[in-house]
Design a protein around this ligand. Structure first.
Ligand code: ZN
Length: 374
């Protein structure tokens, strides 16, 4: 039996792989050591032999509640990802699977490969009216890619959509692919209308270094980017600094920041209710967007989510709060599950790339309704 994670977004440490019935593994923490939960590794072993994989440090991961009711993701071809049985007990995550092939990949969620990110950029940039721009470089020397859809002219509102500040939340970039696919589809009537009605500024991956390194939450120097928006610097959080500077140039009418939540088995939006000076206009736009999203997709809901911040109690280091306050605009955080949508479960795949992409496509209805009220 051979196990490795020496590839794009790989993460595992092998303690002992001598017995397929008791494989001992540990998740490697992000740079800085504060966070871990993302795993992604390959097992090469004789097909038909049951594998019992024990992640021994699961109990001290960033979100132990994420393991309750969680089933791991596996693939034999890196294209189709299915769920396999997992059980969390006594601080250890036990994954049970009997592969029908000799090579199996296991992950916390279906990975979004770096090569696929390049292909998404190339395909999007080839669409009419789209420009690909590089805002600058990350600490590991990767490009911070921005897609510009439409010119900023007259009083046309500027809509920012960013995803995957937390690199282990790969569903965010699957969402982006579905969103961009529909926005740029020449045959989609709503996409055509929305490209006329607003200028779009889209960052499909806010954390390239963390994504490739196999991090859960941080960039190359261990900075949690969604805690850097009050005072980003090129030395510590260039990803945020570059994007926020560009926001200052363009202005922001709407900002949607796309994430995944380890524990809650629902799709939901968190708002900027707790910022100083939260206005009735911001509340009205927030409700319009969320209600339209509910109408557009049975996978979205408003009953379950984070507790709403009391007035003045917002964490101003986060994108949604900082942008809502800085620009007086509508800003929201979209959260998707690692597990499944408990309102509409699919035991075979759980929450999946295909479902995240459809939720991304459905967001156009919510954007359309909200742009009509600006
Ligand atoms: Zn997140």
């Amino acid at each position: 039996m051979h196990i490795d994670a020496a590839f794009d977004s790989g993460n595992i440490e092998v303690v002992d792989a001598s017995d397929p019935a008791a494989v001992r593994l540990r998740i490697r923490p992000d740079e800085g050591g504060d966070f871990f939960q993302w795993f992604h590794f390959r097992v090469a072993a004789e097909r038909g032999v049951p594998q019992a994989l024990r992640i021994e440090n699961a109990g001290s991961a960033s979100y132990p509640a994420g393991w309750e009711g969680y089933r791991a993701v596996a693939s034999s071809d890196q294209r189709t990802w299915f769920r396999v049985d997992a059980e969390y007990r006594d601080g250890v995550l036990h994954i049970q699977h009997t592969p029908t092939t000799d090579l199996t990949w296991y992950a916390y969620f279906a990975p979004y490969p770096w090569t696929r990110h390049q292909a998404l950029l190339a395909r999007s940039a080839a669409a009419p009216g789209v420009r690909a721009r590089v805002l600058g470089q990350t600490l590991d020397g990767r490009s911070m890619d921005l897609l510009e859809v439409g010119e900023i002219v007259d009083d046309r509102p500027v809509v920012w959509v960013i995803g995957r500040q937390h690199p282990g939340e790969s569903m965010a970039e699957w969402w982006m692919e579905g969103f961009l696919g529909r926005l740029l589809d020449p045959a989609d009537p709503l996409g055509r209308v929305l490209r006329e009605r607003a200028a779009w500024r889209i960052v499909p991956n806010m954390n390239p270094d963390g994504s490739v390194r196999g991090h859960l939450r941080t960039n190359a120097c261990g900075a949690n980017l969604n805690r850097e928006w009050h005072e980003p610097t090129l030395a510590r959080s260039p990803e945020v600094k570059l994007v926020r500077d560009e926001m200052d140039r363009t202005g922001v009418a709407i900002c949607l920041d796309v994430h995944g939540d380890e524990a809650l088995p629902y799709n939901f939006i968190a708002g900027a209710e707790g910022i100083p000076g939260w206005t009735g206009r911001q509340r009205g736009l927030h409700d319009t967007f969320c209600d339209a999203y509910v109408a557009a997709s049975p996978d979205f809901q408003r009953a379950h989510g984070y507790p709403v911040d009391a007035p003045g109690a917002a964490n101003m280091t986060m994108c949604t709060s900082a942008v809502a306050a800085r620009f007086g605009c509508l800003a929201m955080t979209l959260e998707m599950p690692f597990k499944d949508n408990a309102d509409l479960p699919d035991p075979g795949v759980g929450w999946s790339p295909e479902r995240a992409m459809r939720l991304g496509a459905a967001s156009l209805d919510a954007f359309g309704r909200t742009l009509g009220e600006l």
